[in-house]
Write a protein that binds this ligand. Structure first.
Ligand code: MG
Length: 392
């Protein structure tokens, strides 16, 4: 499939921070994807979760399966828009590498602990993982990904952090947050694929957990429409023992509707703006989007999930315990840094000091160490250091 002129062309990549000769059979983005799949941080995603903790059930999404779903949706949309599928896949597989254990509760707690030391932000942390924290090459820290993959990984960034990045890497991946330009379409696409993926799978996991029901979901227009259509086409799905199939069929239709809406609306704006190069893309506004109706329906679903699932008392209770685990770990390592394995993170310290003025190096090492933990390692480590068993 030929690439569109506005797609990222591997031959025009801005390259890697440390020069390496080209691979004989793979483009830069294919090679980035391969490096991500082989990284330690990628394997940890198996045991990291977002809404439901790892020990709560074997069938809930993990960060790994979530990342695979984002990559699948992203590639399929990229193909239709003639964007670079390999780059989309690389960004999607790496987009959550910097997440702490215990999902957003973990990130909030760690951010609180790091307030006096430059804060903690998972997008920036994903970049730290691929730029610094992976230790597998003799010549450099990190896995030396291309500019375009790193740009996609850093989907949000505060101005302060962007300035710090810019000081370290002029005209680098922090630049666009200062001058208000756009990232590649492949990066824009990954954000939207992420949203489609978690809206759909959180419905599935939420119903599976018993915390929300299909009856409740009927108040969400996007769900209700596809639920009714599924029942109209397959009336037998009404039967109690076929409820899971009904749920799957509804979610499948919702996914398709959102994907096709995104493709159609984006094709129209790409045709209208007709960007002739990646540079035109950077200077235009966001070019990929849902239509008005789909956008507001997706917003309604998000609000529903927020109120009924993410804020469910049972989820909130677990998340409060998870926050305590993170806070306790942070305090324990602050008072006993020797509990952190000597092999860990020594490389990251000086670089971060340069990146974030005012950062206390020890605090950042601790944050890197905690952020890298899986849910179950964090729980076990908490028990080892405090004698308390809060989770699992
Ligand atoms: Mg995600």
């Amino acid at each position: 499939m030929p690439l569109a002129p506005y797609a990222c062309n591997p031959a025009l990549s801005l390259g890697r921070r440390f020069h390496e000769p080209d691979a004989p059979t793979r483009t830069v983005y294919q090679r980035d994807r391969d490096r991500i799949v082989h990284s330690t941080a990628f394997r940890r995603l198996v045991y990291k979760t977002q809404v439901f903790l790892n020990h709560e059930g074997d069938l809930f999404r993990t960060r790994l399966t979530h990342s695979l779903e984002v990559a699948q949706l992203g590639r399929s949309i990229a193909r239709a828009l003639h964007l670079n599928e390999d780059l989309v896949e690389a960004i999607a597989l790496a987009h959550d590498l910097g997440h702490t254990p215990f999902g957003h509760a973990g990130q909030d707690a760690l951010n609180d602990c790091m307030r006096a030391h430059g804060g903690f932000e998972h997008n920036l942390q994903s970049l730290r993982v691929v730029d610094l924290l992976e230790e597998s090459y003799p010549q450099f820290n990190g896995i030396n990904l291309s500019f375009e993959t790193r740009e996609g990984i850093l989907k949000h960034c505060s101005r302060d952090n962007a300035r710090a990045l810019e000081a370290l890497e002029p005209n680098g991946v922090g630049r666009r947050f200062l001058d208000g330009t756009q990232p590649s379409l492949e990066a824009q696409l990954c954000n939207l694929a992420d949203e489609i993926a978690y809206n759909a799978h959180d419905i599935d996991d939420g119903v599976r957990s018993g915390l929300i029901s299909m009856e409740q979901l009927l108040e969400v227009a996007l769900f209700e429409d596809h639920y009714r259509q599924a029942l109209r086409d397959f009336p037998d799905l009404q039967a109690t023992h076929l409820q899971r199939r009904l749920l799957f069929e509804t979610i499948r239709r919702m996914l398709s509707a959102q994907v096709y809406d995104l493709i159609e609306v984006s094709q129209a704006s790409l045709a209208a703006v007709a960007p002739a190069s990646l540079n035109d893309v950077r200077l235009a506004g966001p070019l990929l989007s849902f239509g008005e109706a789909a956008r507001s329906r997706s917003g309604q679903l998000k609000l529903f999930l927020f109120r009924n699932l993410y804020r469910h008392p049972q989820v909130m209770h677990t998340m409060d315990l998870a926050k305590q685990v993170i806070r306790d770990l942070f305090n324990a390592y602050t008072h006993a840094p020797h509990e952190i394995p000597a092999s860990f993170g020594a490389e990251g310290v000086d670089v971060h000091k340069a990146q974030c003025e005012g950062a206390t190096p020890l605090a950042r090492v601790i944050a890197d160490y905690i952020a890298g933990m899986t849910d179950r390692f964090a729980s076990r480590e908490h028990q080892r250091l405090t004698g308390q068993r809060l989770l699992v």
